[in-house]
Design a binder for this molecule. Structure first.
Ligand SMILES: *Cc1c(COP(=O)(O)O)cnc(C)c1O
Length: 221
């Protein structure tokens, strides 16, 4: 995507109050720098060490978002700088993020990833697991975690109705979790859903953050 294309995408999203997370996984730092020079400041990666390397190499005012499955033993690589972890799917992982937050003396913002797709392989918590987590004593004891909302991925399909239904399910879950656990918390406000192929539908169903890779950077190998 050229600069003009990126600008029109950013404008399109801005008008709808949706934040663009440019997913730069597997792409070299030079390509990210081009998008940075075109004005983009928010990038997403799915591997901790790759993100840490790019963070070292690129301007310090980039906001780095972790969107891929994160192993507990990798949290340490990104804890000093990560802006938002979208892919928190277990209490174990949250515990380690809290521990690393304490070590770095910073509160780490997270989204809880929920399972909305028909495919079993897709990561994420089911609604009952999500509620259990939020009710646990461990969760209540965390001091270095701020939950900002939910993230989800729709089934890989061409059927628009299925995507729409899954995104709508995530939106409804967000409202219900907000009401039950975060009523007074103004910072619990993000619904991260939508990728290159389905972001328009996700926005229609209430997305506040879209994670777009291929459309910006081209296909990955
Ligand atoms: C790779 C990835 C994306 C971006 O997908 P595109 O189809 O390239 O836009 C979004 N979200 C997650 C979790 C990803 O791993």
């Amino acid at each position: 995507m050229n600069t003009a294309g990126l600008h029109s995408l950013i404008d399109e999203l801005k008008q709808q109050n949706v934040q663009l997370i440019a997913i730069s996984k597997t792409k070299p730092a030079e390509l990210i720098r081009e998008m940075y020079e075109a004005g983009q400041r928010v990038f997403g990666e799915n591997r901790a060490q790759e993100m840490a390397g790019k963070h070292e190499e690129l301007p310090t005012d980039i906001e780095w978002h972790m969107v891929g499955r994160l192993q507990s033993n990798k949290v340490k690589y990104i804890a000093p700088f990560v802006h938002l972890i979208h892919s928190v799917d277990s209490l174990k992982l949250l515990k380690e993020i809290d521990r690393q937050g304490a070590r770095n003396n910073r509160i780490i913002s997270c989204l809880l990833q929920v399972h909305i797709a028909k495919e079993e392989t897709k990561a994420g918590l089911y609604e009952n697991e999500l509620k259990e987590l939020l009710q646990s004593d461990d969760y209540r004891s965390f001091e270095f975690i701020a939950i900002r909302g939910l993230m989800g991925m729709a089934t890989f399909t061409n059927d628009e109705n299925i995507m729409r239904q899954e995104f709508s399910e995530l939106s409804n879950m967000f409202s219900s979790i907000k009401n039950d656990f975060f009523k007074e918390d103004l910072k619990f406000k993000e619904i991260s859903m939508g990728m290159s192929s389905d972001y328009k539908i996700a926005i229609e169903e209430g997305s506040t953050m879209v994670r777009i890779g291929t459309m910006i950077f081209g296909a990955r190998n």
